[in-house]
Design a protein around this ligand. Structure first.
Ligand SMILES: *Cc1c(COP(=O)(O)O)cnc(C)c1O
Length: 470
């Protein structure tokens, strides 16, 4: 495919601007560029085709099924985008006098109230720009609390090995020592290992629930009790609230702090590179340490300090509010129930063909292990993922979580129909058959995508982001 610069022709342009109706004035020389800015010169039709062609080379939820586990790539209603783009929201400025921005303030406080209701928390900050940023904020909140009590000995964060990878990373970033505890054979927290790990040096437990193998920990109340009895706090990674919203609340399970990913569960598309929003909710006793109220203002005397300017990514909050108002309390619960139903339906359809990492009822996602298939046929999880691409399906998350060998982690989401799930199950069953009958086909896949198999290490470590233009 040609670069837009290669399509450029001197003097070609799209003239959508009306002629100037004011006198032309030259800019002061010292403010001008030394060389003219190099911009492609193309007609409107060419530019439209160029970007449409680029879009066709990528796979999104509008192209087909996208069951990327731990990412919640669901269809998000267009109405939310349209509401967020209304001039009254899009044109609002954070330095505007509050008297002139009452609508924006109402969005923030209404969304805070709803998220408090959904999580069982007492206050929310919208400052964090993403999930990992929310984790970092929540941990600094916990740190500020312990330090305010003069308890400086709590230097450790307990993270089960089934946690999302950002959990230990955020704990380290916040200056904590990470204590990893293993999961039991059932994929859940090993209570004995947890009891052995907690103590006067425990600042908090960070729990991803449902965990990264898609299971709701049945011992959740015991877990939070063990940590609290040791004087630690409990942090809930609620990035994927899809399975539980409207059904159970982290606050009722004994958690003190929670972050959500509005760009997974609440109607902002995930995977576009942002902007996102990772609001943090806390119980009332932690509120004095929060960055500031969700309506801004001066942070309190004990505040951990701001983690971002102003009110966070406001437009993402507008979308979340619009989504919640559209669904209503009943609809939010139904979305969660359908996310869980869809995952279990697909898992059931695949059970005879693929091995499940944990053969329990799952939440919004499930994990298969292709270890045996690889030993028997040489076909790996990667090969099956590449085979899916030729069928127009985005692969599930691969080789994650790390505690499962040859893992494929599938999250169908609540927005997919039974027919789509049936088709995907058929495709996966077909691929397993191909693995046994003609494995080379899968080693060679994909055959019909714009690029075949890039060197994934080089693509990530030394990406070529700039073209050498003549
Ligand atoms: C996605 C995710 C995160 C990180 O969120 P980002 O917005 O990508 O920083 C954290 N925890 C869990 C469980 C997640 O799924």
């Amino acid at each position: 495919m040609k670069l837009i610069f290669e399509k450029s022709r001197e003097g070609r342009r799209l003239s959508i601007l009306p002629p100037a109706d004011v006198p032309h004035t030259a800019l002061p020389q010292d403010l001008c560029r030394e060389a003219p800015l190099r911009l492609p010169q193309v007609a409107e039709c060419d530019i439209d085709r160029h970007y449409a062609a680029l879009a066709r080379r990528a796979h999104g939820v509008c192209n087909g099924f996208y069951p990327l586990g731990s990412c919640t790539m669901k269809y998000n209603p267009r109405i939310d985008e349209e509401i967020a783009a209304l001039p009254g929201f899009a044109g609002i400025h954070p330095l505007q006098r509050p008297q002139t921005a009452q609508g924006g303030r109402e969005v923030l406080s209404l969304c805070e109230a709803m998220l408090c209701e959904i999580t069982g928390m007492d206050a929310v900050t919208f400052q964090p720009a993403a999930g990992a940023h929310g984790e970092f904020t929540g941990l600094l909140l916990i740190k500020a609390y312990h330090e305010d009590r003069g308890d400086m000995a709590r230097t450790k964060i307990i993270v089960p090995d089934s946690a999302h990878g950002t959990n230990p990373a955020s704990a380290a970033m916040a200056g904590y020592e990470v204590v990893n505890i293993p999961s039991g054979t059932d994929g859940c927290v090993d209570l004995e290992a947890l009891r052995a790990a907690v103590g006067p040096d425990t600042a908090s437990l960070m729990l991803t629930n449902p965990n990264t193998v898609g299971l709701f920990d049945p011992n959740i109340l015991q877990i939070t009790r063990i940590v609290h009895e040791a004087g630690g706090l409990c942090y809930y990674d609620g990035a994927n609230l899809n399975a539980i919203m409207g059904v159970v609340r982290p606050g009722d399970m004994g958690f003190d702090v929670v972050h959500l990913n509005l760009h997974k569960t609440f109607a902002t598309p995930h995977g576009g590179g942002g902007p996102g929003s990772g609001p943090v909710g806390c119980k009332a006793f932690l509120n004095p340490f929060m960055p500031q109220s969700c309506l801004g203002g001066t942070p309190g005397e004990k505040s951990m300090g701001q983690v971002r300017a102003f009110y966070g990514n406001f437009a993402v909050v507008v979308k979340a509010l619009c989504y919640m108002l559209t669904l209503g309390a009943q609809g939010i619960r139904e979305a969660a129930e359908n996310a869980v139903l869809n995952a279990n339906y697909m898992m059931h359809g695949l059970k005879g063909t693929y091995d499940m990492a944990y053969d329990h009822i799952c939440m919004h996602e499930f994990v298969m292990t292709l270890d045996k298939l690889k030993k028997e046929t040489g076909v790996s999880a990667l090969d099956v993922a590449k085979g899916l691409l030729d069928a127009g399906i985005h692969p599930p998350t691969m080789y994650f979580p790390l505690i499962v060998h040859e893992a494929l982690m599938v999250e169908p989401t609540e927005t997919e129909s039974r027919e789509t799930l049936d088709e995907a199950v058929d495709v996966l069953i077909d691929l397993a058959k191909t693995a046994r009958e003609n494995p080379q086909v899968l080693h060679d896949s994909p055959l019909h995508t714009p690029i075949r198999r890039p060197d994934e290490v080089r693509a990530a470590r030394s990406p070529k982001l700039k073209a050498d233009l003549p």
